[in-house]
Design a protein around this ligand. Structure first.
Ligand SMILES: Nc1nc2c(c(=O)[nH]1)N(C=O)[C@@H](CNc1ccc(C(=O)N[C@@H](CCC(=O)O)C(=O)O)cc1)CN2
Ligand SMILES: Nc1nc2c(ncn2[C@@H]2O[C@H](COP(=O)(O)OP(=O)(O)OP(=O)(O)O)[C@@H](O)[C@H]2O)c(=O)[nH]1
Ligand SMILES: [Mg+2]
Length: 459
C-alpha cells in the first residue's frame, strides 16, 4: 500500500513562534531537501541525525532560511516512509517560503492528517491508535489525555485483535467440521464450542462497555432522573438527596414546571440529579413544555428513580411510564408510606421484575438509607478496577462495541434455538467485522478518509 508521492506540510501552529517545523514524508523526502540544502550531503548522512545548514531559494540562489534538518530513513519513522523535518526560525514568511520551495521541487501539500494516515496505511498503527493521536491533541484535561495515551499504546487494539482471532478460529473450526463430517457428533461439538466462544467474547465486550460507562460516569456523574406522576413527591426526593431545599415543593400537582438539576454525592457515587415535571397528559401549555422535556431527559439518563404514591392506585399513566423505562436502569420508589395503602404492591412487583423497589416516607425521612444503598449498588454492580477505567472512550468505538455485542447476542440466540451453524456464523462474522471497524481492518475507505480529515494539517 506504499504511497509513491512525497508529502509536505507545516507541522507547527500558524503564527510567530521560536521554531517552526516543515515535515516531509515519502520516497523523495531526502533527495528533495538535499537539493536545496547548503550543508552536509543529506543523502549521505546517517539516519536519525539532525544537521545544521541553510535552505537556498533555487530561483534567486539566496538563503531562504537557516535551519536544522532531521533525516529519518524508513522504516523506523513516524510514517514508516523516509521522513525529513526542517526546523526553521518561527516566522510566518520564512516558513511559508520553505514550504513553497519544497512544493516547487516536487513535494505535494499534505492533506489534514495525511502523515498519520500513512502511519496507518503502512501498518505502524491501527485506526483506533490513529484516533487516539487526535484525541490526545484535543484533550482538555489530564484524564482525557491519559485515556488517549493508553489507547495510542495499542491496549484497546490488542484486546480487539484477540477477540477477532478467537471468533475467526471458531468459525474456521466449525467450517472444517462441516466440510468433513466424518464423525457423528461433530455437529454437536461445534455447537458447544460456538456457544462457549461466543459467550466468552460477549462477556468480555460487555465488560469493556461497562468500564467505558463507569469512566464516563466518573467524569460526568451518573445522569439520574426523578420521574413520576404529579404530586408523588419527586421534588421532595430531590431535596432529601441534595439536603437543601432547592426545588419548590407544594401540595399542588404540577408544581415543578421545568427541570431542576443538582450534583450530589451518594456514597461516593457522583449523581447528576434531575427533578422533572410530573409526567401526565396535560392541557396546560407551560406544563406541557416541561412534560416533553421530561420525556427527553428519560432518554439521556443512566439511572431513573421512578416515584409512585403508596396512597394511590396504579394509574394508566404509571403503567405507561413503566413501559417507557422498561429497557432502562431504574429503581422504583414507593413514597408516602405514612399514608394508608391504596397501591397494589403485588402488581408493582410483577411489572418491576428484578428492579429494586424501595419504600419511603419522605415526610418522615424513612427509607432514604435503603434508597442510597440501592443507588450505590447499581453503580458498583460488578467490581470495578479503577485503574483500568480508561480503555474505551471514543464514541465511535463504543458504538461499534455495542453493535458487536448485539450481533453476538443474535448468534447466541440462534444457538439456543439449535439453528444450523451456518446461520450462526453469519452473526459471528458480523461481529468480527464490527470489531474490525474499530481498528480499521474492515473500515471503508470513506470512513477512513472522513476520520483523518478531522486532523490538523501537518499531523
Ligand atoms: N519532531 C517531532 N516531534 C514529534 C513527532 C514528530 O513527528 N516529529 N511526533 C509526531 O506525532 C510525536 C512523536 N511520535 C512519534 C511516534 C513514532 C515515531 C517513530 O519513528 N516510530 C518508529 C521508530 C521508533 C523507534 O525508533 O523506536 C516505529 O514505530 O517504527 C516517531 C515519532 C511527538 N513529537
Ligand atoms: N404524606 C406524605 N406526603 C408527602 C411525602 N412526600 C412528599 N409529600 C407531599 O406531597 C406533596 C407533593 O410533593 P412534591 O415533592 O412537590 O411532589 P412532586 O412529585 O415534585 O410534584 P410535581 O412537581 O407537582 O410533579 C407535598 O405536599 C409534599 O409535602 C410523604 O412521604 N408523605
Ligand atoms: Mg416537583
Amino acid at each position: 500500500m506504499m504511497e509513491t508521492d512525497t508529502i509536505t506540510a507545516i507541522s507547527t501552529p500558524i503564527g510567530e513562534g521560536a521554531i517552526a517545523i516543515v515535515r516531509l514524508s515519502g520516497p523523495d523526502a531526502v533527495s528533495i531537501t538535499a537539493d536545496l540544502f547548503d550543508g552536509k550531503d543529506l543523502t549521505k548522512v546517517d539516519s536519525h541525525t539532525i544537521n545544521y545548514g541553510k535552505i537556498m531559494d533555487p530561483e534567486t540562489n539566496e538563503v531562504a532560511e537557516e535551519v536544522m534538518v532531521s533525516v529519518m530513513r524508513a522504516p523506523k519513522t513516524f510514517t514508516r516512509e523516509d521522513v525529513v523535518e526542517i526546523n526553521c526560525h518561527g516566522g510566518m514568511v520564512s516558513v511559508n517560503r520553505v514550504l513553497e520551495i519544497l512544493l516547487q521541487k516536487g513535494a505535494r501539500l499534505a492533506e489534514p492528517g495525511e502523515f498519520t494516515k500513512r502511519a496507518f496505511l503502512n501498518g505502524r498503527i491501527d485506526l483506533s491508535q490513529a484516533e487516539a493521536v487526535m484525541d490526545l491533541i484535543r484533550a482538555k484535561t489530564d484524564k482525557a489525555m491519559s485515556v488517549a495515551l493508553k489507547q495510542m499504546d495499542g491496549r484497546l487494539s490488542g484486546l480487539i485483535q484477540k477477540y477477532r482471532q478467537d471468533l475467526l478460529e471458531t468459525v474456521a473450526h466449525v467450517e472444517v467440521n462441516i466440510d468433513y463430517p466424518e464423525y457423528d457428533d461433530v455437529e454437536e461439538m461445534s455447537h458447544e464450542m460456538m456457544k462457549k466462544k461466543t459467550k466468552e467474547v460477549h462477556d468480555e465486550i460487555e465488560e469493556l462497555l461497562q468500564v467505558a460507562k463507569q469512566g464516563k460516569i466518573l467524569r460526568e456523574g451518573l445522569a439520574t432522573a426523578i420521574i413520576g406522576r404529579p404530586n408523588v413527591g419527586k421534588s421532595s426526593l430531590m431535596n432529601t438527596l441534595v439536603q437543601e431545599n432547592k426545588a419548590i415543593v407544594t401540595e399542588i400537582p404540577g408544581t415543578t414546571r421545568d427541570i431542576i438539576e443538582e450534583y450530589v454525592n451518594v456514597r461516593g457515587v457522583p449523581l447528576r440529579l434531575v427533578d422533572t415535571a410530573g409526567i401526565r397528559e396535560t392541557e396546560d401549555i407551560v406544563e406541557k413544555i416541561g412534560v416533553n422535556r421530561s420525556r427527553q431527559v428519560l432518554k439521556e439518563s443512566d439511572l431513573i428513580l421512578f416515584v409512585l404514591n403508596y396512597n394511590d392506585d396504579l394509574t394508566e399513566e404509571d403503567r405507561k411510564l413503566f413501559e417507557a423505562i422498561s429497557g432502562l436502569e431504574y429503581i422504583v420508589i414507593i413514597n408516602k408510606t405514612d399514608l394508608p395503602q391504596k397501591l397494589n404492591l403485588e402488581e408493582v412487583k410483577v411489572i418491576a421484575g428484578d428492579r429494586p423497589i424501595i419504600s419511603t416516607s419522605l415526610i418522615e425521612e424513612k427509607g432514604v438509607d435503603e434508597l442510597e444503598s440501592a443507588i450505590a449498588k447499581t453503580f458498583f454492580a460488578g467490581d470495578i478496577d479503577t485503574g483500568d477505567l480508561t480503555y474505551v472512550s471514543n464514541v465511535r468505538h463504543i458504538q461499534l462495541l455495542k453493535q458487536a455485542k448485539q450481533a453476538l447476542e443474535d448468534a447466541m440466540q440462534s444457538l439456543e434455538m439449535n439453528m444450523p451453524l451456518d446461520i450462526v456464523q453469519i452473526d459471528v462474522t458480523r461481529t468480527w467485522e464490527f470489531l474490525g471497524e474499530i481498528i480499521g481492518d474492515t473500515a471503508s475507505d470513506s470512513l477512513i478518509d472522513q476520520l483523518f480529515s478531522q486532523f490538523c494539517l501537518g499531523k
